[in-house]
Design a protein around this ligand. Structure first.
Ligand code: ZN
Length: 267
């Protein structure tokens, strides 16, 4: 990934999306206003931080690209299978976010926003149907195959063919740190069948799963060929990223955005 800094904020971008001219960024926890344990660029009010702090942090994230915060569309991430097509910014449609773990749009005036702390973000760009999307693949979303559900919705609305699609799997808990118990492992075994071995590490008497690989397998099954994986573990890099596990549940959420809107002067 490419690392950038602006106004004290540090954010990461996928090379493939930059080459395609897609405005996007995964923002580290640096450069915001929130106090501990949300220090400092926390994007979620649901974790105990104030609405004022989160609003200022969101503004700073949008300012990096010169985007207007009023273009935002975000959902209430709920580990559900709902994908919303955002035709207008949320402030112009619904006051409070609707439950959704996938967001997509073909409108440049909409900026999609999601929040993460260990769960896998997956972003999509369809250069033919001219649409972007993002989905929240925690372990439940991975088992439910939220990536495929998002792609199916993109096909329905924008005629998206997965073979054209650029996909990126962003910073999230890595295979070294995602240790699970038998109950979660069983769900993955059922979902992945003969491919379970590819995502599972049973060394040191522990069960560790690879969510990056799991989502890559699921995307390739749909016909996606161009997949970039950040390979940045949020637990290993707590200094840069919020991590639910790494901070024992007391943490903020990092923000990401993606939009078809073109911005000047930004790589
Ligand atoms: Zn790690």
């Amino acid at each position: 990934m490419i690392v950038n800094e602006k106004n004290g904020l540090r954010y990461y971008q996928f090379e493939s999306f930059c080459e395609a001219g897609i405005t996007h960024g995964f923002f580290t926890r640096l450069g915001g206003v929130s106090p501990k344990p949300f220090d400092s660029l926390n994007m979620a009010t649901t974790v105990g931080d104030t609405a004022e702090n989160v609003l200022e942090n969101l503004k700073r994230m949008f300012d990096v690209f010169g985007l207007d915060l009023s273009s935002r569309y975000d959902g209430w991430q709920y580990h559900c299978k709902t994908v919303i097509a955002a035709d207008v910014p949320r402030s112009a449609s619904v006051r409070y976010p609707l439950r959704a773990d996938g967001l997509m749009t073909d409108r440049p005036e909409v900026t999609l926003v999601q929040r993460f702390a260990d769960c896998c973000p997956i972003i999509f760009y369809d250069p033919v149907g001219k649409a972007v999307a993002v989905c929240h693949a925690g372990w439940p979303g991975t088992v439910d195959n939220i990536g495929a559900i998002t792609l199916k919705n993109m096909r329905k609305l924008y005629g998206t063919d997965p073979k054209d699609v650029l996909a990126g799997i962003g910073p999230s808990i890595g295979p070294d740190h995602f240790e699970v118990k038998e109950d979660v492992a069983g769900k993955f075994r059922q979902a992945f069948g003969s491919r379970y071995d590819e995502i599972c590490d049973l060394s040191e008497n522990r069960i560790r799963l690879n969510l990056w690989k799991a989502n890559e397998i699921l995307l390739r099954e749909q016909g996606v060929q161009k997949i970039e994986i950040a390979e940045i573990c949020t637990v290993c890099h707590k200094d840069e990223w919020f991590s639910h596990r790494g901070d024992h549940g007391k943490s903020g959420r990092y923000g990401m955005l993606i939009t078809l809107q073109k911005v000047k002067g930004i790589e």
